[in-house]
Write a protein that binds this ligand. Structure first.
Ligand SMILES: Cc1ncc(COP(=O)(O)O)c(C=O)c1O
Length: 380
């Protein structure tokens, strides 16, 4: 078939118009393939993927296994395996939880969790900056949803007090490290606040904290000593862990509930065991801990040098953001940096609020001081 025929069926006009509107003011999303360049863009914070560390660890641990390329079914049909069950037990132990359940991605984990736990008479209160996957999960539930101002514990308290008598249960959802700002949630304050109420539960998405914070990269809940105060914690494997998939940890009853009601777990083909072995190998690398030390050094070095930059969002994580107002301006800066061989991401509206467009910089264990110096001097 030639291209002319393939392209014959056009999208409805309304959709074509919406797409055209996106082109105005740099709002159109495009796929890019980066060839080379200094990496300040990927979420591979510990270089587990880029440095080939996971491949090495994986082949050492699993070279004699003949994994199938596909799992052949959902976990509830034929896609389960001893490796999956054993790895989940190890993950639960690592994260100081009773049980763990692996999902195919962080997106699936959040959608499954938030669409199945909150019920019709329940309320979800989330930070206004939570990830799209959490929003999508909440939208699929029958619960009511309110947002509190970013990291504003008083606002959260006010919402709970206003609504606690009108709902059966309240689920409070935060990210420990916010993906587009890199700042951290005031977890201790939130936990102290929630202790005052019955039927108010905390859910924490640790996507950008695993590998970076806590003992051996256990996450920020571990660092803050609040693991046992969470109803559920979500850890994703596509970022610092350098592979793919995600896990929800919590009680055995939570695991059992999700196996029965989380549709993004039930109605999808399970990850193949190669992916599970990769996840297990990534945990072994976390336990070794060498890359975490290098990443911490680079974060500290960047923060020290970046004092010269104004409008840097306050963050101690691997995600650092420089606010550059306006889609045109931020896109131009991204392009200028690309010409110099530096890969960063311009985060534009509507992904972030208009006026808070930013250059998102991801720091890694493998970035050199020279690379950081070049980046900072160009940003200046
Ligand atoms: C906070 C947060 N949660 C969940 C996800 C989704 O994870 P995954 O990429 O594994 O689907 C992301 C990814 O961008 C994220 O930043």
């Amino acid at each position: 078939m030639n291209n002319v025929n393939r392209d014959k069926i056009k999208l409805p006009l309304r959709l074509l118009n919406e797409l055209s509107e996106r082109k105005v003011n740099f709002k159109l999303r495009n796929l890019s393939v980066y060839k080379g360049g200094i990496d300040f863009i990927s979420n591979d914070y510990l270089g587990f993927s880029k440095l080939g560390l996971l491949h090495q660890q994986f082949s050492k641990a699993f070279s004699d296994q003949n994994f199938l390329s596909g799992s052949g079914g959902s976990r509830l049909i034929s896609g389960n395996s001893i490796l999956k069950e054993e790895t989940e037990n190890e993950i639960a132990n690592f994260h100081n939880a009773e049980a763990a359940l692996i999902f195919n991605s962080g997106y699936d984990a959040n959608v499954g969790l938030l669409s199945s736990l909150p019920q019709k008479n329940d309320l979800v209160i989330s930070d206004e900056l939570i990830h799209a996957s959490i929003y999508d999960g909440i939208r699929l539930s029958y619960a009511k949803h309110y947002k509190f101002a970013h990291n504003h514990v008083e606002d959260l308290e006010d919402l709970i007090n206003r609504h606690k008598n009108s709902f059966e249960n309240i689920y409070v959802v935060v990210e420990s490290i916010y993906s587009m700002d890199g700042d951290e949630a005031p977890l201790n304050e939130i936990v102290e606040l929630l202790k005052q109420y019955k039927n108010v539960f905390l859910i924490v998405d640790e996507a950008h904290a695993i590998g970076v914070f806590g003992k051996n990269g256990r996450g920020l809940c571990n660092e803050m000593g609040i693991e046992e105060n969470c109803l559920a914690r979500v850890y994703t494997y596509g970022k610092a862990m350098g592979c793919h998939g995600a896990v929800i940890v919590g009680s055995s009853t939570l695991r059992n509930y999700l196996i029965n009601f989380a549709r993004s777990f039930i109605y999808t083909t399970a990850l193949p065991d190669t992916s599970i072995a990769n996840i297990a190998a990534a945990y072994q690398l976390l336990i070794k801990g060498t890359q975490q030390v290098k990443l911490k050094e680079n974060i500290n070095y960047f923060l020290n040098e970046a004092k010269k930059l104004t409008s840097l969002i306050n963050s101690k994580s691997a995600i650092q953001c420089l606010v550059v107002e306006g889609n045109t301006k931020v896109s131009d800066l991204e392009k200028q940096l690309l010409i110099k061989g530096i890969l960063v991401k311009a985060v534009k509206s509507p992904t972030v609020k208009e006026g808070s467009e930013r250059i998102r910089i991801c720091l890694h264990s493998f970035n050199t001081k020279e690379e950081i110096n070049i980046l900072i001097s160009l940003l200046q």
